[in-house]
Ligand binder design. Structure first.
Ligand code: AMP
Ligand code: MN
Ligand code: MN
Ligand code: MN
Length: 277
C-alpha cells in the first residue's frame, strides 16, 4: 500500500520548506504520494513536480482555498487540479489580492496597538509566497511579544484580538466550482477545526456535498483519534470519500510528522480509489 499525504504546505504559502525540500523530506519519511496544497496559491507546484520526479514519488497538484461560509473561515483542498485552468487562476488571483490587502490592514492595526513594522516584516518573510497570519505570528514571537505560536494567535490574531481582520474569502460554491473546472476534486479540510456544533457541521457538509464536494479529510495531522472517528461518521452518513493529510507546515510545529498518519478506517472509500497512477 502506498503511503499518501494529501495536505502539505511550502514556502509558496506558510510552510517552512521550499517545495523541493518538502518533497525530499516527504520522500525520506516514506510518503509515496504527496499533495502540495498551499493556501490560495499553486506557485510551488512546478518546483515540487520536478523534485518529485527526482525523488521517485508522485506529486499531486493541489491547493487549499480559503472560503467564507456562514461567517466562518473554512478551508477547501483541491486535489489533482490543472493549475493552468483560467477559471481557477482568476479565482485564486482575487484571493491573492485579498490576502495582500488584509496583511496591510493587519499591519495597520498592530501599529495602532503599538507594534510597528509588522506588515513589512511579514512581507519580507513571505517573499514571493502568500502572506498569511503565520508570518505575522512568527514575527511577533521573534519580537518576544508571545511565547509560542499558539499563544500569539490567541493574543493577537484571532477574532476580537488587536491584529484580527475580518476577511471575506471565496464562496464555498465558487471554490468547489473552480476546483472542478480545473479537473480536480474538492476535499473539506480538517472538519474538526471549525469548532461547529453537530447541526452546523451537518449543514456545512450537506452544502459542501451539494456544491459537488467529493471527500472529507478524515485523517488529519491536527485531529485527535476521537475527532477522526467523528469525521469518519460524517463521511459514512453523507456518503463522501475520505482523504488523509498531515497539514504539515514545519518540523517545529507540534503537528504530525510528514508520513506519520494513521490509516483511514477501512470501510471508507479513499479519495484516491479512482485515481489511476
Ligand atoms: P491565514 O490563512 O492567513 O488566516 O492563516 C491561517 C494559518 O495560520 C493556518 O493555515 C495555520 O497554518 C495557522 N494557524 C492558525 N491558527 C493557529 C494556531 N493556533 N497555532 C499555529 N498556527 C495557526
Ligand atoms: Mn497554514
Ligand atoms: Mn487549513
Ligand atoms: Mn493547510
Amino acid at each position: 500500500m502506498p503511503l499518501y499525504d494529501l495536505h502539505t504546505h511550502s514556502t509558496a504559502s506558510d510552510g517552512a520548506y521550499s517545495p523541493s525540500e518538502l518533497v525530499r523530506q516527504a520522500a525520506a519519511a516514506g510518503v509515496n504520494v504527496l499533495a502540495l496544497t498551499d493556501h490560495d496559491s499553486t506557485a510551488g507546484l512546478d518546483e515540487a513536480e520536478t523534485a518529485a520526479l527526482e525523488a521517485g514519488i508522485q506529486l499531486i497538484p493541489g491547493v487549499e482555498i480559503s472560503v467564507t461560509w456562514a461567517d466562518k473561515t473554512i478551508h477547501i483542498v483541491g486535489l489533482r487540479i490543472d493549475r493552468h485552468c483560467n477559471v481557477l487562476k482568476q479565482g485564486l488571483s482575487r484571493l491573492q489580492a485579498t490576502r495582500l490587502e488584509r496583511a496591510q490592514e493587519i499591519g495597520r492595526r498592530l501599529y495602532r496597538h503599538g507594534v510597528p513594522g509588522t506588515f513589512e516584516a511579514a512581507r519580507e518573510m513571505a517573499g514571493e509566497g502568500m502572506i498569511t497570519r503565520t508570518h505575522f505570528a512568527r514575527h511577533l514571537v521573534e519580537l518576544g511579544l508571545a511565547g509560542s505560536m499558539k499563544d500569539v494567535f490567541e493574543r493577537f490574531l484571532t477574532r476580537g484580538k488587536p491584529g484580527y481582520v475580518s476577511t471575506r474569502w471565496a464562496e464555498m460554491a465558487d471554490a468547489i466550482a473552480w476546483i472542478r473546472e480545473a479537473g480536480g476534486g474538492a476535499v473539506l479540510a480538517h472538519p474538526q477545526r471549525y469548532k461547529l456544533t453537530a447541526s452546523w457541521m451537518r449543514r456545512l457538509i450537506g452544502e459542501f456535498k451539494e456544491c459537488g464536494g467529493e471527500a472529507l479529510e478524515v485523517v488529519s495531522g491536527t485531529a485527535s483519534p476521537s475527532e477522526t472517528q467523528s469525521s469518519a461518521e460524517y463521511a459514512r452518513r453523507f456518503e463522501l470519500c475520505a482523504s488523509s493529510g498531515s497539514d504539515f507546515h514545519s518540523p517545529e510545529t507540534a503537528w504530525v510528522k510528514l508520513g506519520r498518519l494513521p490509516p483511514l478506517p477501512s470501510d471508507l472509500t479513499p479519495v484516491w480509489t479512482h485515481w489511476n497512477h
